[in-house]
Design a protein around this ligand. Structure first.
Ligand SMILES: Nc1ncnc2c1ncn2[C@@H]1O[C@H](COP(=O)(O)OP(=O)(O)OP(=O)(O)O)[C@@H](O)[C@H]1O
Length: 348
C-alpha cells in the first residue's frame, strides 16, 4: 500500500490543457474520488499515474518513489476500466490467474491466491464459468478480482460501474467499498456521477479544464464549496449575486442581506422555505412561483427572481400552504448560516 502524489502535473494535447499544474496527494489506503465535467482531465490524470500518458511537466510518486522512468507493468498498479475486457475463452479463474502467470507465480500459490480473491468478491463457486455465463455485476466482480489478485500498491478505477443499470450499480458501489476496505488498498476512482463519488470516497477532488478546483472530504466540500462552479457541480445551488455594502449584500431587487460579506452566496434548494406571509427574518426575498412539482414524498418549487430561476426542495407536506399553480409572488427565506459564501464572486 502506498500514498500517491502528483506534483505540478501538466499534459497538453496541442492547445488543449488536459492537465494544468495539478498537485494532489491520494492518501495511503484511502478511497479518492475524482470528479469533473466531461473533458476536465480525470482520465488523463489516471492514465498518467498508470504510465499510459507521458506528462509534459510535473512529477508522480508512488510511496516515496518517483515513477517517471518506470514502465506501466512495473508500477504495480491494478486497474479496472469502464470497458474491462475479460478474455472470453478463459474461465473466470483463468482470467483472474492471468496476471499471476505473467508474473511467474508458481502454480500452487497461484491457485490459492485465485481462490482467495474469488472468495473476496463473492464469486467462489463460479471459477469454472466463462464470462459469457455471468451477469454484468458478476463480470464486474471478476474485473475487480483480476485487478487486485497481484496485490498492487494502488488501484485505479475509471468509471467501472457506468455500464451497469442503476439498481446493480448501487449494489456494486457497496461491494466495491467493502472490497476496498478489506484489502485496504489506495484507490483512485474516476466518475462523472457526483452521488457515487460522495457515497464512496473518503476524499474527493474536482477537476475543471485540467485544473484541480477543490479537494477534501466530501462533506467539507459540499458544505463549503467556496466557488460557484463547485457549488453547482456538487449538488444543486441557487447563486445570489449583488454588491457588498457596509451592512451586507445588496441584491438587484434592493433586498439587503445583513451580515453577508461576499458578493455572492449559494443557497442549496433544501435550505429554502417558501411562505405567503412575510417571514420573521431579513434573510429573505420575494420571488414569483412558476411551478410546483409533485414527485412523491419530496416536492420541488421553481421560482423566478429577477429573471433568474431559483429552486426549492422540501417534503411535499411542508409545501401545503403554497398555491398549487404558478403565478403569485411568495417569500423565500433561509437560516442565515445556510448561506454559503462564494469567494469567486459567483463568476466560475
Ligand atoms: N489522446 C488525446 N489526444 C488529444 N486530446 C486528448 C487526448 N486525450 C484526451 N484529450 C483531451 O484532453 C482533455 C481531457 O480529457 P480526459 O479524457 O482526461 O477528460 P475526462 O475528464 O476523463 O472526460 P470524460 O468524463 O468525458 O471521460 C479533453 O479535452 C480531451 O479531448
Amino acid at each position: 500500500m502506498s500514498e500517491v502524489r502528483v506534483e505540478g502535473l501538466s499534459k497538453f494535447y496541442g492547445p488543449t490543457k488536459a492537465l494544468d499544474d495539478v498537485t494532489l496527494t491520494f492518501p495511503d489506503g484511502g478511497f479518492f474520488g475524482l470528479l469533473g465535467p466531461s473533458g476536465s482531465g480525470k482520465t488523463t490524470l489516471l492514465r498518467a499515474i498508470a504510465g499510459f500518458v507521458q506528462p509534459d511537466r510535473g512529477r508522480i510518486f508512488i510511496g516515496d518513489q518517483p515513477v517517471e522512468g518506470t514502465a506501466v507493468e512495473d508500477r504495480n498498479i491494478g486497474m479496472v476500466f469502464q470497458n474491462y475486457a475479460l478474455f472470453p475463452n478463459m474461465t473466470v479463474a483463468e482470467n483472474v490467474a492471468f496476471g499471476l502467470e505473467v508474473r511467474r507465480i508458481p502454480g500452487p500459490d497461484r491457485a490459492k491466491r485465485v481462490a482467495e480473491v474469488l472468495d473476496l468478491v463473492q464469486l467462489g463457486p463460479l471459477g469454472a464459468r466463462k464470462p459469457s455465463e455471468l451477469s454484468g455485476g458478476q463480470r464486474q466482480r471478476v474485473a475487480m478480482a483480476r485487478a487486485i489478485v497481484t496485490r498492487p500498491r494502488v488501484l485505479l478505477l475509471d468509471e467501472p460501474l457506468s455500464a451497469l443499470d442503476r439498481a446493480l450499480r448501487v449494489e456494486m458501489q457497496i461491494e466495491l467499498k467493502r472490497i476496498q476496505r478489506e484489502v485496504g488498498i489506495t484507490t483512485i476512482f474516476v466518475t462523472h456521477d457526483q452521488e457515487e463519488a460522495l457515497t464512496l470516497s473518503d476524499q474527493i477532488g474536482i477537476l475543471k479544464d485540467g485544473r484541480l478546483v477543490r479537494h477534501g472530504p466530501p462533506r467539507a466540500v459540499y458544505d463549503d464549496p467556496q466557488d460557484a462552479f463547485t457549488a453547482r457541480f456538487l449538488g444543486e445551488a441557487n447563486i445570489l449575486t449583488g454588491t457588498v455594502e457596509p451592512n451586507g449584500l445588496r441584491l438587484a431587487d434592493g433586498t439587503l442581506l445583513p451580515g453577508v460579506t461576499t458578493a455572492s452566496i449559494a443557497l442549496r434548494p433544501e435550505v429554502l422555505t417558501a411562505s405567503v406571509e412575510a417571514p420573521q427574518t431579513r434573510h429573505r426575498l420575494q420571488a414569483r412561483l412558476v411551478q410546483r412539482i409533485f414527485s412523491g414524498a419530496m416536492g420541488t418549487c421553481i421560482f423566478d427572481w429577477q429573471g433568474q430561476t431559483l429552486k426549492l426542495t422540501a417534503p411535499d407536506r411542508a409545501l401545503g400552504g403554497l398555491p398549487e399553480t404558478g403565478g403569485p409572488m411568495v417569500w423565500l427565506s433561509w437560516p442565515e448560516t445556510a448561506a454559503l459564501a462564494l469567494r469567486d464572486g459567483g463568476s466560475s
